[in-house]
Design a protein. Structure first.
Length: 506
């Protein structure tokens, strides 16, 4: 048996394709089907490491969790990680292939398409349904000849397409009709239904427009999905502008956590759990924002460490961070942020930058050397340190993952974490660096704050420093519960009988 396929494409980026695929994966799972997600090509700095040590887009990991299965590299065979406006690192089947300019990308088309079709065929041989996510819009005329992720995939596996639009942005009817009009006849034939996403208000007021849309195009509307605020699912791309604005302007908080919004910020979902903590404000400090006097500063991961360190310097942000450290404000650096906190970054082979040596911020006694081989591992660890910022998190159990090109040498300082398992291999290695006063922490472990014990230990320490009693945490919730809530939200909004009829017509 070959799996049925269903594809969600969009009228543009950020219309909710990833979330809709996540919801459909959960809905089909709850219906007793074996379901898997697939996205041929991702462009994202938010990635994850599978149990096999392969790097894939974070969105497919979330979708796999919703489907109740372990993520594999077949779910996202091509990952583009932008390093600048014109260059990206190309990850194929979980491993770095090359760095390439946008102009040279078509040279890889045949090789990438082979990886895409092999991966999709592999999934179709193992599951009942494969729910496929598109990227951007299938009607980008200037990119049509190099598009490997939208209609080319749908035509390859004869997948019916649900075309989604974000009504919250405005122009939804024009976007749906315009997208359909720009498709070629075989592609237009693939579009079987529309989804209106992120609706606010009274759906009955939309009905005349939906009737017109169906009459104008001959394509049925599968449903109108309301906007939601209270379901917590990791986002694929950089934190939405609206979400950043809401978090930044929160006033009912006791603890203020400031994440430095680097231009090439990566793995930003590391910090999502703080958003759900009562009386905690998580804010992204962007260009032009005041750093102020937060209770904790976090330097996140980055795909362009040296470039983003240059941004911190040219913007004056580095001096603000150094003054904060002198004032006793604790700082945590994750991955690239850890590298920036050290004394030096060596790049003798010019792997990431045009400088063989870059001076770091000097807050940790470490030096980093970039290597041509990327380290990608899942890890299990525990907290070693019993002082400073981690004083109340000693022996906290940690699960996470590593993705980095550099090797960092600790120059006589203590290490905050002990790695007990790396990529299913038992080990006993130290990770990261802790300043002598315990106030500056650097680590390569992503997903650190998703570990309840460690996160609570840090928050308790920050609260005690301010003479506060920390409110009981509500952030220790079940991911399965969130997926079930998302599935219920979407299922009640969609005509699932229509969607199953569409599936059965393949």
């Amino acid at each position: 048996m070959v799996a049925q396929t269903l594809m969600v494409q969009g009228t543009g980026s950020s219309v909710g394709k990833s979330i809709l695929v996540t919801a459909l994966c959960r809905i089909f799972k709850l219906q007793g089907l074996r379901v898997a997600p697939f996205k041929a090509q991702n462009m994202s700095l938010n990635s994850f490491v599978t149990a096999g040590g392969d790097e894939i887009g974070r969105a497919q990991v979330v979708q796999a969790e919703a489907a109740g299965i372990a993520p594999t590299v077949a779910m996202n065979p091509v990952l583009l990680k932008p390093e600048s406006d014109n260059h990206a690192q190309i990850i194929v089947r979980g491993k770095p292939l090359t760095r390439i300019s946008a102009a040279r990308f078509p040279q890889l088309k045949a090789e990438l398409w082979c990886a895409i079709t092999e991966s999709l065929d592999q999934l179709r041989g193992a599951y009942d349904v494969v729910v496929i996510e598109g990227a951007g819009s299938p009607a980008e005329i200037n990119l049509k000849d190099r598009d490997l992720v939208n209609m080319k995939v749908a035509l390859h596996c004869h997948a019916p397409v649900l075309l989604a639009a974000d009504i919250d942005r405005g122009g939804m009817f024009a976007a749906l009709v315009g997208t359909l009009e720009l498709l070629e006849a075989p592609e237009k034939e693939r579009v079987k239904a529309f989804i209106v996403n992120k609706f606010r208000g009274d759906v009955s007021l939309l009905t005349p427009g939906l009737d017109w849309l169906e009459a104008r195009t001959g394509v049925p509307v599968a449903g109108v999905v309301p906007f939601y605020h209270d379901i917590h699912i990791a986002e694929e791309d950089s934190v939405a502008v609206e979400k950043r604005y809401t978090m930044k302007n929160r006033r009912d908080f006791d603890l203020d956590i400031a994440v430095i919004a680097l231009p090439h910020i990566a793995n930003f979902d590391d910090f999502d759990p703080f958003e759900r903590e009562p009386r905690v404000r998580l804010r992204y400090v962007e260009a032009g924002d005041e750093l102020g006097e937060p209770d904790l500063i976090i330097l996140p991961g980055s795909k362009a460490t040296v470039t983003d360190l240059g941004y911190l310097r040219s913007s004056g942000r580095e001096q603000e961070i150094l003054r904060a450290a002198s004032a006793g404000i604790p700082i945590i650096g994750i991955c690239a942020g850890y590298q920036m906190l050290g004394g030096a970054i060596h790049d003798p082979e010019l792997i990431e930058s045009s400088a063989t040596l870059t001076t770091g911020m000097g807050l940790l006694p470490v030096a980093t050397r970039f290597l041509p081989v990327k380290s990608t591992h899942q890890v299990r660890a525990r907290t070693l340190a019993g002082f400073g910022l981690l004083a109340k998190a000693q022996n906290a159990v940690i699960t996470g993952y590593e993705i980095h090109m550099g090797q960092t040498e600790t120059l006589g300082a203590s290490q905050p974490f002990l790695i007990e398992q790396r990529s299913q291999q038992i080990c006993s290695d130290g990770d990261g660096t802790l300043s002598t006063d315990g106030n500056v922490v650097g680590t390569y472990i992503h997903g650190l704050f998703h570990n309840h014990g460690l996160r609570q230990g840090i928050l308790l320490e920050l609260a005690e420093r301010k003479g506060l009693t920390l409110a009981a945490s509500t952030a220790m919730f079940s991911a399965d519960e969130q997926y079930d809530r998302l599935a219920a939200h979407v299922r009640t909004s969609l005509n699932m009988e229509l969607i199953h009829r569409i599936l059965d017509q393949q």
